[in-house]
Design a protein around this ligand. Structure first.
Ligand code: DX5
Ligand code: ZN
Length: 252
């Protein structure tokens, strides 16, 4: 189903949220851009009760699960990896949004794709060759996304935009949940969205770190449409309405 077509937009808005969500996330291209998505960061979940946490995310209408993989070298923290992703894949049909904060993503890209990742983000600041890693992710069957740290300029991703499904703009320094949003990153979101529009590309622009009910407004206005949220979402008294607040805007 195509959501970008002007003739479909009104109809799409009338269809239930669930239908739009499932169809739009699994469709590449322009359809992904017209809607905002929430990607819940597993880092803030209760890992002892992960299955219950996933059920809660599903019943709150959250579309994507953000899975932060850290190797203790690229960032100063170690999280989880392939075996946990495989278990999560068996437990849910949510879109799995894997964020690799590892030194050599090329070495693991295909394995994360085979383990069930739908999107795989890796860092341009990593040691792997960027173009090769994008190819490895795609040949493994996942959608490639390129991530940039706060100090990396937006222009660094321009030459890869036509090979990507998504760009991840880090709005905090990668490594830990619960940090404060860095306002200067907003202009990078705007530049990347504008460049993609100029090139006629309908990629997703994701933001990650310190996203809450107020910072989400700033980044959505700049052109972000995938909102990663960890501490804000998992601490919310009402997860469904917190997610709805993050997502609101754009066409529907
Ligand atoms: C930070 C991670 C984020 C983090 C976001 O390195 O990439 O995904 O979990 O957490 P909050 O929303 O708490 O900033
Ligand atoms: Zn992340």
């Amino acid at each position: 189903m195509t959501f970008c077509n002007k003739y479909y937009i009104i109809k799409v808005c009338e269809i239930s949220q669930k239908v739009i969500t499932v169809s739009a996330v699994t469709t590449t291209g322009r359809s992904d851009k017209v809607k905002n998505y929430v990607s819940a960061s597993v880092l803030s979940a209760d890992m002892l009760n992960l299955q219950d946490e996933i059920r809660k995310l599903e019943s709150s209408g959250i579309e994507m699960l953000h899975f932060d993989v850290m190797d203790g070298i690229f960032v100063n923290n170690i999280t989880f990896g392939l075996p946990v992703l495989e278990m999560v894949r068996k437990s849910t049909d949510m879109t799995l949004d894997v964020h690799l904060m590892i030194t050599d993503p090329l070495k693991y890209a295909e394995r994360f794709a085979k383990a069930g990742a739908d999107y795989i983000s890796f860092h341009i600041e990593s040691e792997s060759d960027t173009a090769e890693t994008i190819k490895a992710i795609r040949s493994g069957g996942a959608k490639p996304a390129l991530a940039i740290k706060p100090a990396t300029p937006a222009e660094a991703v321009y030459e890869y935009l036509d090979q990507l499904d998504m760009v991840l703009v880090m709005t905090v320094e990668p490594g830990f949940g619960g940090q404060s949003f860095i306002p200067e990153t907003t202009e990078k979101v705007r530049k990347i969205r504008n460049k993609a529009d100029e090139l006629g590309l309908d990629i997703m622009v994701e933001v990650d770190g310190g996203i809450n009910d107020s910072t989400s407004e700033i980044v959505k206005e700049a052109g972000a449409n995938v909102l990663v949220s960890g501490s804000y979402l998992f601490r919310a008294a009402d997860m469904a309405s917190a997610a709805a607040g993050l997502r609101k805007g754009k066409i529907c």
